[in-house]
Design a binder for this molecule. Structure first.
Ligand code: C6P
Length: 402
């Protein structure tokens, strides 16, 4: 397979777990990191470490340049109009909290916030809290038995929505939602469209201008970058109207004893000392992904997902769309009545890492009438052979419980 040549870049994939070669099928939780990213972070700490935007000495200047170059890479990666639209945050969760509470002055009593029943908690709780704070209404678009969003329901509900908050790819169903269509309708209704890109940005081309979305959140750690760094993209015009959520340090232009004036974009939203090495690591991850090309990564995901749907689908119940083209690179499933934690524990004996539980999507699991699921998720370093090993191990689980 064409991606095979990149496996050697991931040092951790050489290790053994329980005496078996590691098969890492948990990239939707966090991806592994190539040596290029690890080296970029080490190089920063070994040769350039200093705080940014604060001092005139050489190290500080080098650190500032590297940090701002990372912002340029992020802007180019999602085709933002300018770097002013890229806010470095800690992760998708922080991005979506900044989105919701940043909009607090634009939401009033009885305004409608529309989201879906397939959201991760990170794109649900911030909106629940905003709705409670402002006495606004929270409404939901449901999904059908194949895991597709009910677009008729969306069409009906979007008309009077002030905010539409939706995931581009579900971390359980795998469904890739029609964001362009959703954004078009949201625009016609005058709604602000916020997209959770945690599972999409690492796996496919996401062009914010082409999609015409207002905001997008994503995490560096799911796209080969380090933990602790993420991105909130928002259109400049919107960021200008939004309020900061965390206050202090360099996010100001002027401070008196009684008040403060906010800094220019994007710094208005970047409180305290930033995760400088994290941003630089994310920049290196973007270089790596760009060199492979997102189109190729998407193709690889589809190929592996199609194979997994066919193979694992024979013995397990897989949730979400049947067509690999409509899904991101993951399958969540249940195997007979065996608890997903038992499945994961036995797979771990075989060196296979999967996730089990509610995957921070409790309402989605309730909607499926299950309490938990097992999930295998793929990235560019996974192979069909590893899916064969997954299947073999799942068969062993079945035998143990028969
Ligand atoms: N989902 C998973 O195993 P953070 O943790 O902030 O980087 O990402 C939150 C998040 C938001 N939206 C979606 C769709 C996600 O999948 C996630 C993270 C991980 O599924 C950890 S719960």
């Amino acid at each position: 397979m064409s991606m095979q040549k990149y496996i050697k870049d991931f040092p951790i994939l050489k290790r053994k777990v329980n005496g078996k070669k590691l098969v890492y099928l948990d990239s939707a939780a966090t991806s592994q990191k190539p040596i290029q990213v690890i080296k970029a972070i080490t190089d920063f700490y070994m040769n350039h470490n200093a705080n940014i935007h604060r001092a005139l000495h050489t190290l500080s200047e080098e650190a500032t340049i590297a940090y701002e170059q990372a912002r340029e890479k992020v802007a180019a990666f999602i085709n933002a109009e300018s770097t002013e639209e890229i806010i470095f945050v800690r992760n998708t969760t922080e991005a979506l909290n900044f989105a919701s509470f940043g909009l607090r002055d634009m939401i009033k009593k009885d305004d409608k916030i529309l989201t879906t029943t397939m959201e991760h908690h990170s794109n649900l709780i911030p909106w629940q809290q905003l709705a409670k704070m402002k006495k606004a209404k929270l409404d939901f678009v449901d999904f059908d038995k194949n895991g597709y969003l009910d677009m008729k329901m969306f069409d009906k509900k979007v008309n009077d929505a002030k905010i539409v908050a939706v995931t581009q790819a579900s971390n359980v169903l795998g469904t890739i939602n029609p964001i362009k269509k959703i954004a078009e309708k949201a625009k016609q209704s005058g709604s602000i469209i916020v997209v959770d890109g945690a599972q999409s940005v690492p796996h496919m081309t996401v062009d914010v201008q082409e999609l015409q979305i207002d905001m997008l959140g994503f995490s560096g750690h799911k796209m080969l970058g380090p933990t602790g760094i993420g991105v909130l993209y928002a259109r400049k015009e919107l960021l200008e109207k939004m309020q900061p959520v965390l206050f202090g340090s360099d996010m100001i232009k002027y401070v008196s004893l009684s008040d403060a004036e906010w800094n220019d974009l994007p710094y208005k939203f970047e409180y305290g000392t930033s995760h400088i090495a994290g941003a630089i690591g994310l920049g290196a991850a973007i270089d790596y992904l760009t060199q492979i090309r997102m189109k190729e990564i998407r193709k690889h995901d589809i190929e592996l997902t199609r194979y997994a749907l066919k193979k694992v689908g024979k013995i397990a119940t897989i949730y979400g769309p049947k067509k690999a083209e409509d899904r991101s690179g993951l399958i969540a499933f249940n195997l007979a009545n065996i608890h997903p934690h038992d499945i994961a524990a036995i797979l771990n004996q075989d060196g296979i890492a999967i996730r089990s539980g509610h995957h921070c999507a409790m309402p989605l699991h309730e909607r499926l009438k299950i309490s938990a699921s097992a999930r295998a998720s793929f990235y560019l370093y996974n192979t069909k052979k590893e899916i064969d090993l997954l299947l073999k191990s799942l068969q062993r689980v079945k035998e143990i419980f028969s």
